[in-house]
Design a protein around this ligand. Structure first.
Ligand code: AMP
Ligand code: ZN
Length: 138
């Protein structure tokens, strides 16, 4: 349920102090110590799941509404123009703490680019080939 070697288990359980925005029986929402913008928060389930693939259905169903609630509060109180919900899975995707968490990142007008990529190019043949490949795992 929790992992003794996991820092986010300890933070979510209150064993390590954090700046907490919200807490209930299943989640703690904290401010990120290395914020991408003012108010950057992390939603931490109290149970240990390494990533989204391990998340149980009941927890998963609550994460998105909680992200919306935190983001709406940020818009109301911080005056941000929008927010990103970001969730990294795997080292290659930028995950550094292997306890599922969702970032809630306030975005301000004229603020820095935070989550972006340069759109690439493709062909209908390539799209069809990639789709067929992924479908084999579904
Ligand atoms: P990720 O790269 O998606 O795994 O995100 C991990 C996030 O956790 C980073 O944004 C870190 O700044 C943040 N972080 C790491 N340790 C702590 C901590 N003790 N308290 C708050 N945020 C942390
Ligand atoms: Zn953990």
């Amino acid at each position: 349920m929790t992992d003794d070697n996991c820092i986010f288990c300890k933070i979510a359980g209150g064993e390590i102090p954090s700046t907490t925005l919200y807490e209930d029986n299943e989640f703690r929402v904290i401010l990120d110590l290395g914020p991408a913008s003012r108010g950057h928060a992390l939603i931490l389930p109290k149970k240990h799941f390494a990533d989204v693939c391990q998340l149980d259905g009941a927890t998963a169903a609550k994460v998105l509404p909680l992200g919306a609630k935190i983001g709406a509060a940020m818009k109301e109180t911080l005056g941000c123009a929008g927010f990103n919900l970001v969730q990294n899975n795997g080292k290659a995707a930028g995950q550094t703490v292997f306890h599922f968490h969702m970032h809630v990142i306030p975005r301000y007008e004229d603020g820095p680019s935070i989550v972006s990529w340069i759109p690439g190019e493709t062909t209908s043949e390539e799209l069809a080939e990639v789709a067929e490949t992924i479908k084999k795992g579904l």
